[in-house]
Design a protein around this ligand. Structure first.
Ligand code: ZN
Ligand code: ZN
Length: 143
C-alpha cells in the first residue's frame, strides 16, 4: 500500500486572492525591493499591506499580500534590501534597529513673510531618534 501523496491543501477557499509581488512593467520579480510592511486593517490572518519598488523601472507598488509572498522577495539572496519599515519598526539586515540616542535638532530656515519683505531666519526644534543596526548602519528619524 503506497503512502498517501502529500496533497494536503489547506482550506484557502475563503482567503482573498494572494497575488505574488510582481513588476507588471518588467514582467519579472527579479528587481523588487520591499519598502514597508504594515498590518492590514481590518486584520486578516497572515495578510499584510506591502509596498515595494522595482529598482529597474523605478515603479512603486502597493498591495495586500500574504506574509509568505513577501518572504519570497525578502529572503532572496542578492539584492540589498536596505531599510525595511515593518509595523512601526525599522529593520536593517533583517533585524529591528535599536534606538542609540535621542537628539534635539535645531533647524534654521530663511523665510520671507510677503513679497518684498526681507527674509528672516526662523528656528525650529525637532526631536529625532538615532537608530542603529548591528552592522553599524545608522539613520536618524523624527520622533
Ligand atoms: Zn520594473
Ligand atoms: Zn544592518
Amino acid at each position: 500500500m503506497p503512502a498517501q501523496p502529500a496533497s494536503r491543501v489547506p482550506d484557502e477557499a475563503h482567503q482573498p486572492p494572494d497575488e505574488p509581488l510582481w513588476c507588471s512593467r518588467c514582467n519579472t520579480d527579479q528587481h523588487l525591493v520591499v519598502d514597508s510592511i504594515q498590518s492590514h486593517y481590518p486584520p486578516m490572518p497572515n495578510m499584510v499591506d506591502v509596498t515595494y519598488e522595482c529598482v529597474a523601472c523605478k515603479y512603486s507598488y502597493e498591495q495586500l499580500a500574504s506574509v509568505h509572498k513577501v518572504a519570497v522577495i525578502l529572503n532572496r539572496p542578492g539584492l540589498q534590501q536596505g531599510v525595511l519599515q515593518f509595523g512601526g519598526q525599522y529593520l536593517h539586515c533583517g533585524n529591528p534597529m535599536k534606538t542609540r540616542s535621542c537628539e534635539l535638532r535645531r533647524i534654521q530656515a530663511p523665510l520671507a513673510l510677503g513679497v518684498g519683505k526681507p527674509e528672516q531666519i526662523y528656528e525650529v526644534y525637532i526631536n529625532t531618534r538615532i537608530l542603529g543596526c548591528t552592522c553599524g548602519f545608522r539613520m536618524e528619524i523624527p520622533d
